[in-house]
Design a protein around this ligand. Structure first.
Ligand SMILES: C/C=C/C(=O)SCCNC(=O)CCNC(=O)[C@H](O)C(C)(C)COP(=O)(O)OP(=O)(O)OC[C@H]1O[C@@H](n2cnc3c(N)ncnc32)[C@H](O)[C@@H]1OP(=O)(O)O
Ligand SMILES: NC(=O)C1=CN([C@@H]2O[C@H](COP(=O)(O)OP(=O)(O)OC[C@H]3O[C@@H](n4cnc5c(N)ncnc54)[C@H](OP(=O)(O)O)[C@@H]3O)[C@@H](O)[C@H]2O)C=CC1
Length: 445
């Protein structure tokens, strides 16, 4: 591993040098263990502690198959899907690995008693499998997390519709929170050259998801002037949704839960901000009863901020807690687009407000190959910026996941894998200097 890192850090290394490096037999990886899936049985979601289930193990380097690449991971980031994996909710991800393992001789590799998690990476290609021509050892890359087989025509127009669609590092093994990762080569994209390894690893999953959910015609198809209600506007998804709304000439109405988060949204350029904590919205009177008066109070506040207008698009992900309010505050003909249910997946809303006002609910999940590429291109061009706040070592990934689970973080949380320190990997310093304030906006807050 030392030789690999030395080659990555040497300005003189060429592709042949990487190709000639022997692959290590094993690598350090963040895992959860199959024999621990019941460890939190009986505990409330909030009390399940990722620091107890997340391990740092030495695991064997997987065999490389056709169309695949092994990547030396310099940095990765924590996504909420790794939080779900680490608390074994809503399902243990070992069920996904077993199902994938049944697909073919090659996919059997994924069905192991440990799960190497993580759905983002920035690093350097070490080896490519048969049939890979577009990427070579030594290429500096990021990887998106869409894994598809594409043997069925169902996914040929929109790769997210492939019946064998999986999220790498969540529904497959050998993810990005590790020193080495195995990906399909079609997941690879050029690393934005003005960013450090950890900055480049931060946007991938959430940026692509927000792009499909909000901007793409497969999602809400946002246009100039739209009022976009963004829940968790300074969080992982929300910090990119806010940037897309601003960059696309829309009007984000940002919901956050503290002054500090409101300040971050202001610094991004948003003006309409609702502090849900300070304003004390209680959309549920008790576990089973919502309070439409609170939906109305929330809608009134939105109208104050928009000069009397209602919401064209709601960017939804908190789920059960907010969904009733989200449907209510959407204007006639507007769209609620949802990609998650952090607070609970059995939603309730008053359907009269949906059908009588001709609103639409759109389900959205990650991004197809092309959308992920387009989202990464916007990062590379400096139109959208990473929202990295804090960076942890691989050893401290459990704490990083704990922070995200407890909503103690801002924007995105990074993890260094092979990178010995922060700030390495920048190739275009001039471009970086142009965007430095935006790149650092979330740092150390
Ligand atoms: C990029 C990052 C993303 C995120 O962070 S997302 C957040 C994290 N992710 C999650 O929380 C999602 C976790 N996943 C899940 O909870 C589950 O993954 C799903 C609920 C999404 C799906 O579960 P499944 O196991 O695939 O489905 P079933 O409920 O067990 O049902 C499958 C059985 O139901 C049959 N079936 C499917 N459609 C129909 C139909 N229309 N009519 C009749 N049967 C149907 C199938 O065939 C199959 O059957 P048979 O069990 O016998 O094989
Ligand atoms: N389907 C897909 O492709 C994807 C799904 N996801 C899912 O989306 C969800 C959010 O992910 P991500 O943005 O990365 O997570 P983060 O935790 O980084 O951000 C979510 C934000 O939502 C807000 N929030 C949390 N709970 C509530 C609540 N009960 N009511 C209102 N607001 C709330 C918080 O902001 P504040 O406290 O400031 O209001 C929080 O910062 C997760 O469940 C994740 O699994 C994520 C990416 C892709």
């Amino acid at each position: 591993m030392k030789d690999i890192l030395a080659a990555i850090q040497s300005p003189d290394s060429v592709s042949e040098d990487f190709a000639a490096l022997p692959l290590p037999e094993s690598y350090r990886a963040i895992t959860v263990h199959k024999d621990e899936t019941e460890m939190f049985a009986g505990l409330a979601t909030r009390d399940k502690d990722p620091r107890k289930s997340i391990h740092l193990d030495e695991v064997p380097v997987p065999e490389l198959g056709p169309g695949e690449a092994l990547v030396a991971v310099m940095a990765s980031s924590v996504n909420y899907n790794s939080v779900w994996t680490s608390i074994f909710e809503p399902l243990s991800t070992f069920g996904f690995l077993e199902r994938y393992g049944r697909l073919s001789e090659l996919t059997k590799r994924h069905d192991l008693p440990y799960h190497v998690i993580g759905s983002d990476l920035a690093g350097v290609v070490l080896r490519t499998g048969p049939g890979v021509n577009a990427w070579r050892p030594g290429d500096e890359v990021v990887a998106h997390c869409l894994s598809v087989e594409l043997e069925s025509s169902d996914g040929h127009n929109d790769t997210m519709l492939d019946p064998e669609q999986r999220i790498w590092g969540f529904e497959t093994n050998f993810g990005g929170l590790a020193e080495v990762a195995l990906v399909k080569s079609n997941q690879l994209m050029p690393k934005p050259d003005h960013l450090s390894w950890e900055e480049a690893a931060a946007p991938g999953l959430v940026n692509s998801t927000a792009y499909r959910q909000l901007v793409s015609r497969n999602g809400a198809g946002m246009k100039q002037g739209d009022n976009v209600l963004i829940w968790g506007a300074s969080g992982g998804l929300g910090s990119y949704a806010t940037q897309f709304a601003l960059a696309g000439g829309a009007n984000p109405i940002c919901v956050v839960s503290s002054d500090q988060k409101a300040d971050i949204c202001r610094a991004m350029g948003a003006e309409a901000i609702i502090d849900r904590n300070a304003e004390g919205y209680k959309f549920w009177k008790d576990e089973n009863t919502q309070d439409p008066k609170e939906w109305k109070r929330f809608g009134k506040r939105i109208r104050e901020l928009t000069g009397g207008e209602d919401i064209d698009i709601v960017f939804e992900h908190p789920g059960r807690e907010t969904f009733g309010a989200s449907v209510f505050v959407t204007r006639k003909g507007g769209t609620i687009t949802t990609c998650a249910s952090t607070s609970g997946y059995m939603h309730e809303y008053d359907n009269r407000y949906l059908w009588m006002s001709l609103k639409r609910i759109i389900g959205s999940h990650f991004a197809n190959y092309r959308e992920a590429w387009e989202a990464n291109r916007l990062i590379s061009k400096g139109k959208i910026h990473p929202t990295l706040s804090k960076v942890y070592s691989l050893e401290d990934t459990g704490q990083a996941a704990y922070d995200v689970h407890r909503n103690l973080h801002q924007g995105k949380v990074g993890v260094l894998a092979l990178a010995p320190e922060e700030g390495l990997g920048v190739r275009d310093h001039e471009k970086r200097a142009k965007h430095i304030d935006a790149i650092n906006r979330f740092r150390n807050i």
